[in-house]
Each structure stands twice: as C-alpha cells, then as structure tokens.
Write a protein that binds this ligand. Structure first.
Ligand code: GRF
Length: 210
C-alpha cells in the first residue's frame, strides 16, 4: 500500500464490542479511511454482534468448536472463508478471546492486528489492567500490535499511556484504558491505511513523525 487506501475491515470479538463500535462510528463519520465489511464472533450472544447488527453491519456467529482457547480447524476455516468472501484487507481483533494459529495468520500475512490493555511488553495475557494495578506501576496504557504466533508478542504499531491513580480500582483503571483504546485503535487503522508501515525485526515503522 503506498497511498491512503480505504481499508475493508473484518472485526473479530468475543465481548461487548466497544472497540468495534468506536471503529465503526469513526468509519461511518468519515474520520478514518476504512469501512467495516464484516463482524465475526465466537460467542453467539456477544454484545459485539448485537451492536454491529444495530448499525446495519454484516455480523456472524462462528461456532468455535470443541476447544476453549482456540478455534477448531473447521471454525478457523469458516472464519477465513467469511473474511475472504467479504474481501477484507485488514483483520482487527477487538477482544477476541481465542488464539489464532498458523493457517489463519498465513491467510492474512501482516494483516491481523490486536489491541491489548497495557503497554506491552508489560503485562501480556489476561486482565492486564489488574496486573498493572497489582504491580504498582504509575502508568499503564494500551498497545496496538500485529498478531503473530505468540500471545501479545507481535510488532508494536501504536501505544497510548494512561496514568494509574491512587484511587483506582481494577474497574476504574480498566474503564480509563478502554477510553484510550477507543481513540488509539482508529488512529492505528488510519496509519495502516496510509500504507507507510514496514516491519523490520521487532520494529514497525509507521511514518509517524515524518
Ligand atoms: C479491550 O479492552 C481490549 O483491550 C481487550 O479486550 C477488550 C475488548 O473490549 N483485548 P470490547 O469488546 O471492545 O469492549
């Protein structure tokens, strides 16, 4: 991608869908060069599907199969097929609670991104806001990164800091991080649409600051 492209997004989530909503609303308002082509979830009654349907976006439940932490082969293939049929340029994970493996990542090389609620590499994994609070850091934040075979290990595209306050509970800190996510994720998609991203080793160069 050399100039700004209008990206067709496939958004995958298992939860309430606040990131999907922020991205879809920014796209509909013309604030980011993207459109939501498809929303997929592994949870039949997930808020993300209801919120997508309310916005008139194509939304589909993919039965995940027998595993707890990943999709089974059939489900993974169904996901790939649905995303390809929707001609998706970029796969956006937004609270998708299953690990995506080789076949999925090979189908969308360097085209799968995730948002994580901490400043990676600190606090990968579950409930990163609680990990940050328990550790006692004064700043945490959120990270948008490419997805690789590891857990929260791919090259970092964008980060936003969030202060930790003396009065914070896990819930209040999580809410403040999620507010930051709703700005950071659309901004990162805009960077990707600009086509200036290149990855060398662990570093993603985004053209920010050019
Ligand atoms: C976000 O906080 C994100 O950091 C994490 O999962 C959460 C999803 O929330 N990966 P939502 O479904 O977008 O509201």
């Amino acid at each position: 991608m050399s100039n700004t492209t209008r990206l067709r997004l496939g958004i995958l989530g298992s939860g309430k869908g606040s990131n999907m909503t922020a991205i879809a609303d920014a796209a509909a308002a013309g604030q980011i060069p993207a459109e939501v082509a498809l929303v997929l979830s592994d949870v039949a009654d997930a808020g993300i599907l209801a919120r997508a349907a309310k916005r008139g976006l194509p939304a589909q439940f993919i039965p995940p199969g027998k595993f707890r932490t990943k999709l089974d082969e059939e489900a993974e293939r169904a996901c790939i097929a649905a995303l390809q049929a929707a001609r998706v340029d970029l796969v956006v994970l937004a609270g998708f609670m299953r690990i995506l493996k080789g076949e999925f990542l090979r189908a969308f090389p360097q085209r799968v991104i995730n948002i994580h609620p901490s400043l990676l590499p600190s606090f990968p994994g579950l409930e990163a806001w609680r990990q940050a609070l328990d550790y006692g850091v004064k700043f945490t934040g959120c990270t948008v990164h490419f997805v690789d075979q590891g857990i929260d290990t791919g090259a970092i595209i964008a980060q936003q800091t969030v202060p930790v306050l003396d009065t914070d509970t896990p819930e209040s800190l999580h809410e403040r991080i999620q507010q930051a996510e709703r700005t950071l994720y659309p901004a990162a998609i805009t960077l990707l649409a600009g086509g200036k991203i290149s990855v060398r080793g662990r570093r993603a160069f985004t053209g920010a600051g050019d």
